[in-house]
Design a protein around this ligand. Structure first.
Ligand SMILES: Cc1cc2nc3c(=O)[nH]c(=O)nc-3n(C[C@H](O)[C@H](O)[C@H](O)COP(=O)(O)OP(=O)(O)OC[C@H]3O[C@@H](n4cnc5c(N)ncnc54)[C@H](O)[C@@H]3O)c2cc1C
Ligand code: FES
Ligand code: FES
Length: 1452
């Protein structure tokens, strides 16, 4: 370290020169929950961490890693900062000079928290003393698997802490936009969250642009507002609001709400005594640490130099399509030491950039872009210069009559806050601000906007940036300082001249953006008026990157002539694009002349954006339709504002078009909890037993387990090729890296061990040998001291491939006849050669349904702990299948099964994705641990997981159906194909279930269905909730709508007319007993007011051109039982401890959020007649329950419940002589007495499902023990110009027998419905032509988010005397509920189809009888299916040329 002198104003810190204002012993100071930290590399502290890595390393494992890319919110923490500057969100009415904001800890660099108070979920409460947010989410059923829960709690915490007393329901709903939950379907979380709203909701359109910035208009913690307990009680579900009997009580003193027995609109009873929940008292919040309450932290110049170089990264990594990086670089060079510099002023920033510009210094601000580059593109920045809104000179907002000036590094939340507060009310400035806010409103999430900056967005120059088109259209002036220039004066460039090409700008290398000036002065010419509007369309509303966005600006003279036009678009080319040719044409044209608009659209389509069929980014017709549609909508708005008459053939009803965007209201709904409940002495709607641990971060998942002594980390080396010979695999460079311990491959499998696995076909391998068959296939494992190092070393393994031809889609497989061996057939009632020409109508068609990524929030994880003796090994795995894990972890080593124990505490979601594929991670890690005799841990990153774990099978069917003119279905012949991927896994069973469900609920007397499993080079597809059932039923409902189209009848009439009746036989010859579907159908028809709403929807559609509504009512029956008969068994173990009578039980099922353990605990307590608190389950383990079936097929409560009952029966029998009454004391005494009489207090139970077993040879025998049945009615509204939709209302009516826990079952129904909705609407798996999976994380693959929930969702159960259940022989006559409701989510798909049909009719396509809509009905498919003149115009030039391939490949 050198000293600064007058001559030399610099010092040197660990070899790095910096201005003398920097402290050579810089310390990073912050408080984490209640602990103060002062970190410095000199003391061995690592600063080059994300905040997530740091908090987890300190044991705060409540904060989870779900994606690492800012897309799921599982890592959300809250960061408090002293700040009373006028530009910040806290300033307006905040009484305290600090503010708390939610951030994604997975992206935030640790350096960003200097001077801050960081709060994790553990910091605000515990299960003993929860924060009211934690308590309400936990007790009101807002947590199932719990992996998303801490992030949601903290996201809500920031909102409530900043705004309590002033929050509306809309604000609360929108504040959760950065979080995903895969289990709950969001409704219970929203209900719990909205209890913190004290201001009446409005459903204004402004709601959509609400973000945390709106909190600036709110006050910080205060006790203003209503009594929170009154809020709470009146806001939970009950349609009666303040008159709810939960609040008021009933006049006759009866239970009121709870005893109501109406169906769809039944009031709630959550089983929770609301008055026992804590009130929110802002004054009790953890305080902002006083020592951090000074602005001086911002002004400190800090430098942190890495103690020693860490990992040699692969600087030669080659970026491949799809954004992933292929291995093959050197990885040899030890990296230079890394340094983080945090200047405290603009002056020192400029100085540092000058010093390190040549060394490739990188400014890192919100790190939402650079963080992704480091994590996923493996970029390495040796000199990172942290710049954020701590620099006052770069974080301000100024409004003058000439325009708005925004500091470059003002966080986007604060940009929005200031825009909203701006008092300039002139028309044009208001329009300008609205345009910016329009695109800011849907920009990423709260967590991202809270840190992301304007400069970061501009400098990234992304072609789909949401803001850059706005700056270009508005002609904003960008100011910057070039540190290498002598003057260091600000220079500027107009945004219209800024973008030069793909991620290329006019900015000099190393330039520092300082501010952006947005002019708001009207054109000088008299009576000219300027108009501006911004647009964005994405796959999903919440937190999504745009498909196309734009900002359009035009000036119109008093005579209606256009005098200026700037049409800027994102998503239409390699950079933000200006429509130069259209703009040039428009100037001088008359606005009201229809020819002007027609020509402008034509030019946009053919000259400015002539996208070809194979254009990078795909979707040419959709993207062009959006670009054209935005212009049309803008035109409509201007002509309306100028009161001009306008009519156009190409764009009819322009005025309506201008206003036709969708407005979403606040969600509401009802859940029917009580009347179906089994009366458990232990309580019926008991909250999930782990709920309070989950909401407080105390619940432990695999990667939360504290490190085991000597632990190593294993990282997978995965194939980057779809199909290739492995010429050479060379780990030598990786092995040279310090801290890398070994490379493990098939060669390490000991004698007697096997590389082959995956029943029933046993055609998979743990490690590729000689050939790889899919991208992502495991080739080897690098084992190293830590995760970062292991992953870097895995990338350094050199692999040489020789590519072989690959097959991706079902079509390609059929053409190549690439099938696996199994070819099941079900043949019912017709001879194969029976003629088809005898029928009145025969329709042939195809149905295609895409796959689905499980997207459990916890990725696959395991920890393998080898024992010291006898080859014993403990396998902690996030698996649904402990026994199979045990079998194959033993078989890879060639050791007996009795040496391996699988242990599973809980899973962060499974949905079938962890039924078999977890083993492909656990077994290789077991081999590594065995060889190295050290524990090995691995939790896959999201992208690795999506490659490795397979998905729901894409399906295709080619069918032929005969029917009468009246609509009677007569005969079906269907070939059903699923895409199995490269190995069979469970594809055959999935296919068979699809074939069993192809009748859905309809009697088709002659039915032949043949199945084929396509062998392709995609990942091996696997189980997913519904297991082929939804695909089979979807095929059915698809031909049903097409038959109805053909006959010109309502499909609901067709469904009703062909519905099975009690006692009829299915096509697999199973007699339908307890057939409740017709009753459910009639009941929901009444309760959902189907007929009335049908008429309303038709009337709506007749009076709207650009908005259409659709309505659909569908039934479902889902067969319960594993189709592999041997799996229909379970065992359980119960120990009763004589000393206190407490009961420990165990069974074979795993807890993955579905509440299985809670139900089983209720059951044991009920059977033994003791309080629930006396029973406990520690974990699922092969030690306590052997030979278990996977937790799957919706049968786990049935099977394990019966096994437990068997054990309880034995205990009750043995204890009977000692126990004369129920209750705790009598039990304890009986147990004590029995023990001293030497009676065994342990019991093993076993159960097998009776009377099932289907023979594929004879077609006889029942495959299913019973059917869970249901119906749903969904109504949607579609913006036909963009393909956007909202679910207006969804009613779900289910027969689930008698429920063990109705609240948990409601959660299963809502969650399954939402997954089914995602499956059939927005979840689209896409590949690139080279076989890479393009959709690998939440950025590209969209699951439903908070704002996708139905606005009105009503769940009800079949009950009362009409419910048939005489034949039901299940535990407490309950029914499996996990999978059956999933298919009902497709009611949204069919409602969308109904809306599209109406649009097509209006677009004169009515002569076409049948139209095709593949699943999922994405915005793209919806928009293009409407086929209006804009779509037709946009289609021009996008025709496929011979040999041309689309950019993306759908593999259905
Ligand atoms: C989950 C997620 C969702 C997103 N959604 C959207 C979206 O909806 N719309 C959208 O447009 N973008 C989106 N983005 C992209 C990104 O968030 C934005 O581009 C953001 O504005 C970047 O700001 P930042 O401060 O985080 O930049 P950083 O990542 O810190 O930096 C980005 C670039 O800007 C440079 N930079 C930063 N400040 C300066 C400065 N003062 N002078 C010179 N260069 C500077 C950096 O050197 C770097 O090259 C999303 C990103 C994520 C992770
Ligand atoms: S883990 Fe950070 S957002 Fe997903
Ligand atoms: S509870 Fe939300 S992901 Fe499981």
């Amino acid at each position: 370290m050198s000293t600064a002198t007058r001559a030399n104003p610099y010092i040197e810190v660990e070899g790095f020169k910096v201005p003398s204002s920097f402290s050579p012993s810089s310390k990073l100071v912050f408080t984490l929950n209640r602990t103060r930290y002062q970190l410095s590399p000199a003391r061995g502290d690592d600063i080059d961490l994300t905040l997530l890595e740091f908090v987890r390393s300190k044991g705060f494992t409540g904060t989870k890693l779900g994606c690492g890319e800012g897309g799921c919110g599982a890592c959300t923490v809250v960061v408090g900062k002293h700040d009373n500057r006028p530009s910040s969100s806290s300033s307006s009415s905040n009484k305290a000079p600090y503010r708390y904001k939610s951030v994604n800890a997975c992206l935030l660099p640790l350096i960003a928290v200097h001077g801050c108070h960081v709060l994790t979920v553990e910091g605000i409460g515990s299960s003993e003393d929860p924060h009211p947010i934690q308590e309400r989410i936990g007790k009101l059923f807002g947590s199932q698997c719990g992996f998303c829960t801490p992030g949601i709690v903290m996201s809500l915490y920031a909102t409530v802490r900043n705004g309590y007393g002033h929050l509306t329901e809309e604000e609360i709903e929108h504040s959760l936009d950065g979080c995903l939950c895969r289990c709950t379907g969001y409704r219970p979380i929203l209900d719990a969250a909205k209890t913190f709203a004290t201001v009446k909701s409005s459903t204004s359109s402004d709601a959509s642009s609400t973000d945390s910035s709106s909190q600036s208009e709110l006050q910080t913690p205060s006790d203003e507002g209503q009594d929170p307990l009154i809020d709470l009680a009146t806001r939970i579900s009950c349609p009666k609001g303040a008159d709810c009997c939960q609040v008021k009580g009933t006049s006759d003193g009866k239970a009121g709400c709870a005893s109501s027995s109406t169906n769809a609109a039944a009031p709630h009873s959550t089983g929770v005594d609301l008055s026992t929940l804590k009130a929110y008292e802002p004054g009790t919040e953890i305080i902002f640490p006083p020592y951090l309450s000074k602005p001086s932290y911002d002004k400190q110049d800090l430098i942190f130099v890495e103690e020693k170089p860490e990992v040699g990264e692969d600087l030669e990594a080659e970026e491949v399509e799809g954004g992933n990086v292929a291995t093959g670089g050197t990885g040899r060079e030890p990296a230079a030491r890394q340094v983080w510099i945090r200047p405290g002023s603009l002056e020192t920033l400029v100085e540092c950039m000058k010093l390190y510009n040549g060394a490739g210094a990188k400014i890192r601000s919100g790190n939402t872009e650079t963080g992704i580059e480091v994590k996923f593109k493996h970029m390495r920045y040796n000199v990172s210069i942290f710049v954020s809104d701590h620099l006052e000179e770069l974080a301000f907002y100024r409004s003058t009559p000439e325009g708005i000036t925004i500091g470059a590094n003002l966080a986007l939340t604060d940009v929005a806050t200031n825009l909203k507060k701006d008092s300039n009310k002139d028309e044009y400035p208001v329009q300008v601000r609205k345009a910016i806010l329009e695109n800011l409103g849907y920009f990423a999430s709260n967590q991202i906007r809270n840190v992301a900056t304007l400069a970061g967005n501009i400098a990234t120059a992304s072609p789909i940036s949401d803001l850059n088109p706005v700056w270009v259209a508005l002609g904003a002036e960008l100011y910057f300082i070039d540190p290498s220039s002598d003057s260091r004066q600000e220079q500027s460039v107009n945004m219209r001249n800024f973008f030069l090409g793909y991620r290329k700008t006019a900015l000099p290398q190393g330039a520092i953006l300082t501010r952006l000036f947005v002019p708001t002065v009207q054109e000088p010419a008299e009576k000219e008026r300027s108009f501006v509007q911004a647009f964005k369309q994405a796959k999903r509303k919440d937190d999504d990157i745009a498909i196309v966005n734009g900002c359009l600006r035009m000036t119109v003279a008093a005579d209606g002539v256009i005098t200026d036009a700037h049409l800027a678009y994102g998503g239409m080319g390699p950079t933000t694009m200006q429509s130069k040719q259209t703009e040039a044409f428009l100037v001088g044209q008359r606005l009201s002349d229809p020819g002007t608009l027609n020509m402008a659209l034509e030019l946009l389509s053919t000259s400015d954006f002539p996208l070809s069929f194979g254009v990078p980014g795909g979707m040419p017709v959709f993207r062009k339709s959006l670009a054209l549609g935005f212009l049309a909508r803008f035109w409509g708005r201007i002509t309306k504002q100028l009161s001009l008459e306008f009519s156009s053939e190409t764009v009819p009803s322009l005025e309506e078009l201008a206003e036709a965007h969708l407005e979403r209201g606040v969600t509401k709904g009802s859940q029917d909890f009580e009347d179906v409940a089994v009366k458990q002495p232990s309580g019926s709607s008991v909250p999930h037993l782990s709920a309070m641990k989950q909401v407080t971060g105390e619940a432990i998942y695999i990667d939360d387990m504290p490190p085991v002594a000597d632990e190593l980390y294993g990282a997978l080396v995965q194939s980057t090729r779809a199909h290739a010979k492995l010429i050479k695999v060379d780990p030598s460079e990786a092995l040279k890296m310090e801290g890398v311990v070994d490379y493990i491959s098939a060669k390490d499998i000991p004698e007697g061990g096997s590389n082959i696995w995956c029943p029933p076909a046993m055609d998979d391998v743990f490690f590729a040998e000689g050939e790889v068959h899919t991208v992502g296939q495991v080739i080897g494992v690098i084992v190293a001291e830590n995760k970062r190092l292991a992953q870097a070393a895995a990338r350094a393994v050199k692999i040489e491939y020789e590519d072989l031809p690959h097959i991706l889609s079902i079509d390609e497989a059929i053409e190549a006849q690439s099938f696996f061996k199994a070819r099941p057939v079900i043949h019912h009632g017709v001879s194969p050669d029976h003629g088809w020409d005898e029928y009145e109508h025969v329709l042939e068609g195809e149905t295609r349904m895409g796959g689905q990524e499980h997207f459990y929030l916890e990725t696959n994880a395991c920890l393998i702990v080898p024992g010291k003796e006898d080859n014993e090994i403990e396998v902690f795995s996030s698996t649904q299948n402990p026994s199979e894990t045990q079998v194959f972890c033993a078989s890879i080593l060639g050791i007996p099964n009795n040496r391996v124990i699988t242990r599973v505490k809980r899973l962060g979601g499974g949905f079938g994705g962890k039924e078999s594929r977890t083993i492909s991670l656990a077994a290789p890690m077991t081999l590594a641990a065995y060889k190295l005799k050290r524990p090995v841990r691995c939790m896959l990153d999201r992208d690795e997981d999506m490659l490795l774990s397979g998905q729901r099978h894409p399906f295709q069917s080619r069918w032929k159906i005969a029917f009468s003119s009246s609509g009677k279905l007569l005969r079906l012949d269907a070939k059903v194909y699923n895409n199995g991927g490269w190995s069979q896994d469970l594809s055959q069973a999935v296919l068979e279930r699809a074939m069993f469900h192809i009748d859905n609920c309809y009697n088709i007397p002659d039915l032949r269905v043949a199945g084929f499993i396509c062998k392709t080079n995609t990942m091996s597809n696997t189980a997913f909730r519904g297991f082929g059932g939804p695909q089979g039923m979807f095929i059915c409902e698809d031909f049903m709508v097409k038959v109805a189209d053909k006959l010109g009848m309502q499909v609901e009439t067709l469904r009703e007319m062909n519905m099975y009746k009690e006692g009829e036989e299915t096509h697999f010859n199973q007699k339908l007993i307890d057939w409740n579907v017709p009753t459910l159908w009639q009941q929901i028809k009444t309760s959902a007011e189907y007929e009335k709403r049908r008429a309303e929807v038709d009337a709506f559609n007749a009076s709207h051109r650009w908005k259409k509504r659709g309505l659909s009512m569908i039934p479902t029956k889902f067969g319960i039982s594993f189709t592999a008969i041997f799996l229909n068994q379970a065992s359980a173990l119960i120990h009763v401890y004589h000393h206190d009578g407490s009961v420990l039980f165990s069974h074979g099922g795993t807890e993955m959020g579905q509440g299985l353990h809670t139900k089983m605990a209720q059951l044991v307590a009920t059977e033994l007649n003791i309080p629930l608190g006396m029973v406990h389950l520690m974990e699922t383990s092969t030690l306590t329950a052997a030979n278990t079936s996977p937790t799957a097929a919706s049968a786990s409560s049935d099977l394990n419940g019966m096994a437990l009952k068997h054990a309880c029966d034995q205990l009750n029998q043995r204890l009977a002589p000692f126990r004369k009454e129920g209750g705790k004391e009598a039990w304890a005494k009986a147990v004590h007495d029995a023990y001293f009489n030497r009676v065994s207090l342990s019991a093993v139970g076993h159960y097998k499902t009776p009377d099932i077993g289907y023979s594929w040879e004879t077609g006889r025998g029942d495959p299913f023990f019973y059917f869970t049945q249901g119906t749903a009615v969904s109504e949607v509204e579609v913006d036909t110009l963009t393909g956007d939709h909202r679910i207006v209302r969804a009613d779900i009516h289910m027969d689930i027998g008698r429920s063990i826990n109705p609240s948990i079952d409601v959660g299963q129904i809502e969650g399954a419905f939402t997954q089914g909705y995602g499956l059939t609407t927005m979840e689209e798996t896409l590949f690139l032509n080279n076989g890479q999976l393009a959709t690998r994380g939440p950025g590209n693959y969209k699951i439903p988010a908070f704002l996708d929930t139905p606005e009105d969702m009503r769940i009800s159960f079949l009950k009362g005397p009409e419910r048939k259940m005489e034949g039901l022989r299940t535990i407490q006559t309950s029914k499996g509920v996990g999978e059956p409701p999933l298919f009902l989510g497709s009611s949204v798909f069919f409602a969308l189809r109904d809306a599209i049909k109406s649009a097509r009719r209006q677009n004169r396509l009515e002569e076409e009888e049948v139209f095709v809509l593949d699943s999922p009905a994405t915005a793209e498919r919806i928009r293009t299916a409407c086929e209006d003149p804009i779509v037709r115009l946009a289609s021009k030039g996008t025709e496929r040329k011979p040999g041309e391939k689309g950019f993306f490949v759908s593999i259905f």
